[in-house]
Design a protein around this ligand. Structure first.
Ligand SMILES: [Cu+2]
Length: 175
C-alpha cells in the first residue's frame, strides 16, 4: 500500500519549495522527485504531479503525469480529452536519424501491479504524453487546466494539470 500520510507530507514540502526557480537541470530533477503530489485516487489508480507546458491560443501544448496502478489487473489509457484544446491525442516520442519526432498511439498500457511493486507509467518529455493540439485559449504558467484520461475499463481519470513555463526538461513540438 502507498503510505498516503508520507506522500502528503512530501507534498507539503514540495509546495513550500514551489516558488524556487531557475534550478540547474540536475537540481530540477531532484526537486521533481520530491514534487509528487497525489491529486486523484479512484479504483486504485493514482495520478501524480500532473503538469502541462504553457502555450498560446492556436498553438500546441503537451501534458505529463505519473500514473500508478495499484491493482492486480492491467488496463489501458485509450483516450484523452480537455476542454482547452480542439484536438487531444495520446502520443509517443522517438528518435529518427537524430531528429526528435512523435506520433499518435492508440493506447498507453498500464500493467497490473506485481506482488511487491506498484505499476507505474510516466508520461514525460521524450516518451508518452498527452498532446494538446490547437488550443482554444492561452494557457499561462501558474494556472491549471483540466485533462481527462479515459481507461479501457470505462473509468476516467480527471485532474487539474499545473501549467509550467517551458524549460529544458519539457521541450516538445515547435512553437
Ligand atoms: Cu506530441
Amino acid at each position: 500500500m502507498i503510505n498516503f500520510k508520507k506522500v502528503l507530507m512530501l507534498s507539503i514540502v514540495a509546495l513550500s519549495m514551489a516558488t524556487t526557480v531557475a534550478l540547474e537541470p540536475a537540481q530540477a530533477k531532484a526537486e521533481r522527485a520530491n514534487e509528487r503530489i497525489v491529486v486523484f485516487e479512484k479504483e486504485k489508480v493514482t495520478l501524480i504531479n500532473p503538469f502541462a507546458r504553457k502555450a498560446k491560443k492556436g498553438q500546441n501544448s503537451a501534458a505529463f503525469v505519473v500514473i500508478q496502478n495499484n491493482c492486480e489487473v492491467g488496463c489501458r489509457i485509450v483516450k484523452a480529452r480537455s476542454p482547452i484544446a480542439n484536438t487531444v491525442e495520446l502520443h509517443t516520442s522517438f528518435e529518427d536519424n537524430g531528429v526528435h519526432k512523435m506520433r499518435p498511439v492508440k493506447f498507453i498500457a498500464l500493467p497490473g501491479k506485481t506482488e511487491d511493486k506498484i505499476s507505474e507509467v510516466e508520461l514525460k518529455s521524450g516518451g508518452y504524453h498527452v498532446m494538446l493540439i490547437d488550443l482554444n485559449q492561452d494557457i499561462e504558467a501558474g494556472t491549471e487546466i483540466p485533462v481527462t484520461l479515459e481507461m479501457s475499463n470505462g473509468n476516467t481519470l480527471t485532474a487539474a494539470y499545473k501549467v509550467k513555463g517551458c524549460c529544458g526538461h519539457c521541450h516538445g513540438p515547435s512553437q
